[in-house]
Design a protein around this ligand. Structure first.
Ligand code: ADP
Length: 311
């Protein structure tokens, strides 16, 4: 079973508004509400890939209860630390071909709540073979919180995929216990290295040689419609994908992490791991919902992904 961690989940609300009026009343007829946060997208896609998944993290209040109900409705096993504060809403207003987002920062956790989660995390590890940690840390937790999770996982010999960005990712990479895999996109990679990374094979190969990445088994740099560039141990791969009709690319990175987690937990070959991760990413872009794939289309697109080893 895979454990998918979301420390700051949300209810994602989307309001399609034909002509958005500032400083005026806007009425909405069709509201879509989903259990959101990157780790919940990962959990949903792992489940749609017909692999066992357990969703965990921290939630509270009526919004937290809604998230649990939605997960349970989708048959996703879940075991979250409950807190006495409301989880957050994240609102996307879809108007005039644009998307305006209003993102609550969510609850501020106490040190005791952080410690209680680490205890829960440790006990859940006895049931799982791989962990995914996605998204940002809630306020109140120390910047080294993910490192503490990595230490606990390392003691139990459980590999962890970390999909985070900014300072928390940087801190994770500087720590002695390394994640098993990371999946930055080009922007996140540039932020991490504090330089503008060019999307060429030469430049990517050079930057992935940075000592920041030492000891990480899989570094998957996802590049949207251009597929990915990957370092696996000492080997480098360029992955190309077919041109597809994109409906909604939001959550594609999470879908890629889910594919990676599923194939790794099934001990598949390097080529299959990479092709699976690209296929789940692509399938997510082909659905209107964020963090959804249609498994019936899997083999068709899997067969169109090309993995080339770079010398
Ligand atoms: P993130 O959402 O983290 O920025 P990407 O945009 O790189 O991640 O997307 C992750 C993966 O999803 C890509 O490697 C690719 O497989 C797929 N994908 C994303 N956007 C597109 C697109 N426009 N066309 C085809 N596949 C896409």
């Amino acid at each position: 079973m895979i454990l998918a961690v979301t420390m700051n989940p949300s209810v994602d609300i989307s309001y399609p508004i034909h002509e958005f009026k500032l400083d005026d009343v806007n009425r909405v007829e069709t509201v879509r509400k989903t259990a959101g946060g990157k780790g919940l997208n990962v959990a949903r896609i792992i489940s749609q890939m017909e692999e066992k998944v357990l969703a965990t993290g921290v939630l509270g209040g009526t919004i937290g209860e809604y998230i649990v109900q939605e997960l349970t409705k989708s048959d996703i096993e879940n075991d979250f630390l409950r807190i006495n504060q409301e989880s957050r809403n994240c609102i996307a207003i879809l108007h005039d071909g644009k998307q305006t987002e209003i993102l609550e920062s969510g609850p501020t956790l106490t040190a005791d709540e952080g410690a209680a989660f680490l205890e829960k995390y440790e006990s859940l590890l006895s049931e799982v073979s791989l962990v995914t940690i996605s998204g940002s840390l809630p306020k109140g937790l120390q910047m080294n919180f993910y490192q503490q999770m990595l230490e606990i996982s390392h003691e139990k010999g459980i590999p962890v995929i970390v999909d985070s960005s900014g300072e928390s990712l940087r801190q994770v990479l500087l720590h002695k216990e390394k994640p098993f895999a990371i999946k930055p996109n080009i922007t996140e990679l540039s932020q991490l290295l504090r330089m503008e990374v060019k999307q060429t094979i030469g430049s990517l190969k050079h930057v992935l040689n940075n000592e920041l990445f030492n000891g990480i088994e899989w570094i998957v740099v996802s590049m949207g419609k251009d597929g990915a560039f990957v370092r696996h141990g000492e080997d480098y791969f360029r992955i190309t994908i077919p041109k597809i009709d994109v409906i909604n690319p939001v959550g594609s990175g999470d879908a890629t992490v889910a594919g990676l987690a599923v194939a790794l937990s099934r001990n598949q070959s390097v080529e299959t791991v990479l092709k699976t991760a690209m296929t789940t990413g692509m399938l997510n872009t082909m659905e209107a919902g964020t963090g959804y794939i249609d498994l019936a289309k899997f083999s068709q697109f899997f067969n169109l992904v090309k993995v080339t080893k770079i010398d």
